[in-house]
Design a protein around this ligand. Structure first.
Ligand code: NAD
Length: 483
């Protein structure tokens, strides 16, 4: 794809419009650190315009009043358009986030296609039910959309995480104001065009780019928003939860993670090594469901660390446009600096850097070598906090009880993993792990049909599956007197 300088505006009420202030913000290619364009820097006034467009589309427009089957036809057309434009979308996502192109097409774009196909099917199942009562009444329930959804999304999987909100919210008949991540707004803006082309009416999906502190904050606090769907860090999630509490609107919180991946002595070692590496290099470690804490049964510990020391440096790192690249740059220099701070802290806390531990100097991009750190104490903040980069800590454990205790010892509870050939142990341990999703004998096998979300500081509410439709509908009871 040849990219001319990118210049994008806000998408409000079916029209492209500059920010009311005229402000703009740079878009940077993480693989070179160069500015490749600008987008409008929206603020509270733009959020207000977008909420008002979404309100009008909800109150007076056709979308909430269409049958589920009619909405499903439009969502299926979105999926078709995504397939048709798959290569372009993959290249745009790769350019904006620095993701390897070999990941963008099969993972980011195709998962997004599947989200629309899945919720197109579920849009046709939004039925109420009749209820028996001893009164002389005919009672039934209706499932209705919530209204205007304020969706705020993070930088790491822009297409997937935006559309994991848009697809179910649209299927249920809501209208949306989407504030994508500051650093990675491009595919959200392209999606606005594809949604319109598929037949989503004007005002139903509005996209306001801009900073979290200004545009995001204004969206959270806007009195015209009926539901907040937030994915991002736990720190900002707390702000979103308190804004939702103040306005008493429902909220879905998909927050940070710090998953443990437990390798038992009876694991298939080759498969476990594969799962461990995938767990921390996938998406350059910028993955809420990454497995950055590897817990290895003590008899296997030294061997396992040795295998990682040899294998990890061979994982291809470099230009995200090269189809052989597995690890691309991080999305911004700010994120690399955060990783550097954690690695310095790991050394101070007695950690042994087994491989990596430094930047990769390449083309001016934001690269950090995949890094394995052994022997850290569990209380080190490098183990306890979310690093969100290509860094793996490895700790030994002596028995199943200790593995479970270590796995559950952080504030987070998004994902966890178990590598074992003992089926009973897999189920027994899965039930004890404080996590919203548990991977057994691999990592990150996600699908729109399977709900995901966290516990503890990783948030609440579920995306994917029929559960996500519940999060975008409410039940109304209608009771008709038969007298
Ligand atoms: P972030 O919290 O910094 O930003 C997320 C979004 O919130 C962005 O759109 C940002 O502009 C906005 N924002 C920032 N400050 C805000 C404020 N004061 N008010 C309103 N909005 C504000 O997160 P990030 O760095 O973009 O993403 C990484 C984080 O997201 C990690 O913690 C990761 O684990 C988490 N994440 C969670 C999931 C999940 O499904 N649980 C998925 C992906 C990422």
């Amino acid at each position: 794809m040849t990219i001319d300088k990118i210049e994008r505006e806000l998408y409000i009420g079916g029209r492209w419009t500059p920010a009311q202030s005229g402000a703009r913000v740079d878009v940077i290619d993480p693989s070179t650190g160069t500015v490749i364009g600008t987008v409008a820097d929206g603020d509270a006034a733009d959020i207000d315009r977008a909420v008002s467009a979404a309100r009008t589309a909800f109150d007076d427009g056709p979308w909430p009043r269409m049958s589920g089957r009619e909405r499903a036809r439009v969502l299926n057309r979105v999926a078709e358009l995504l397939r048709k434009n798959a290569q372009e979308l993959a290249e745009l996502e790769s350019l904006d986030v620095g993701k390897p192109i070999g990941l963008c097409l099969p993972v980011d774009v195709m998962t997004t296609v599947e989200q629309y196909e899945y919720y197109a099917a579920l849009a046709q199942t939004l039925d109420g039910s009749t209820r028996e009562t001893p009164l002389k009444t005919f009672a039934y329930t209706r499932r209705e959309p919530l209204g205007v959804v304020g969706a705020i999304t993070p930088f790491n999987f822009p297409l997937i995480l935006s559309n994991s909100k848009l697809a179910p919210a649209l299927a249920a008949g809501n209208t949306i104001v989407h504030k994508p991540a500051d650093d990675t707004p491009l595919t959200a803006l392209r999606m606005a065009e594809l949604l319109a082309e598929a037949g989503v009416p004007d005002g139903v999906v509005n996209v306001v780019t801009g900073s979290g502190a200004v545009a995001g904050d204004a969206l959270l606090r806007h009195p015209g928003v009926d539901k907040i769907a937030f994915t991002g860090s736990t720190a900002v999630g707390r702000l979103a939860a308190s804004a939702a509490a103040a306005s008493l609107v429902p909220v879905t919180m998909e927050l940070g993670g710090n998953a443990a991946n437990i390798v038992f002595e009876d694991a298939d070692v080759d498969k476990a090594v594969g799962a461990a590496i995938k767990g921390f290099v996938f998406n350059t470690g910028q993955f809420c469901m990454a497995g950055p804490r590897l817990l290895v049964a003590r008899p296997l510990y030294d061997v396992f660390v040795g295998i990682l020391a040899d294998a990890v440096p061979t994982v291809p790192i470099g230009d995200p446009r090269d189809s052989k690249t597995v690890i691309g740059p991080m999305a911004s220099d700010r994120h690399v600096r955060k990783v550097e701070e954690f690695v310095a802290l790991a050394k101070a806390d007695g950690g042994r850097v087994v491989c990596g531990g430094e930047r990769l100097d390449l083309d001016g991009g934001f690269y950090y070598k995949p890094t394995v750190i052994a022997d850290l104490p569990n209380e080190s903040s490098v183990v306890q906090e979310e690093i969100f980069g290509p860094v793996l800590t490895v700790q030994p454990f002596d028995d199943e009880a200790e593995a479970i205790a270590l796995a559950n010892s952080t504030a987070y509870g998004l994902a966890a993993g178990i590598q074992t050939s003992n089926l009973a142990r897999a189920h027994r341990v899965a039930a004890r792990l404080e996590a919203g999703i548990v991977f057994v004998n691999d990592w990150a096998m996600l699908d729109p049909a399977v709900p995901f979300g966290g516990v503890k500081a990783s948030g609440y509410g579920r995306e994917y599956g029929p559960e996500a439709l519940d999060a975008y509908t409410r039940t109304k009871s209608v009771i008709v007197s038969l007298d």
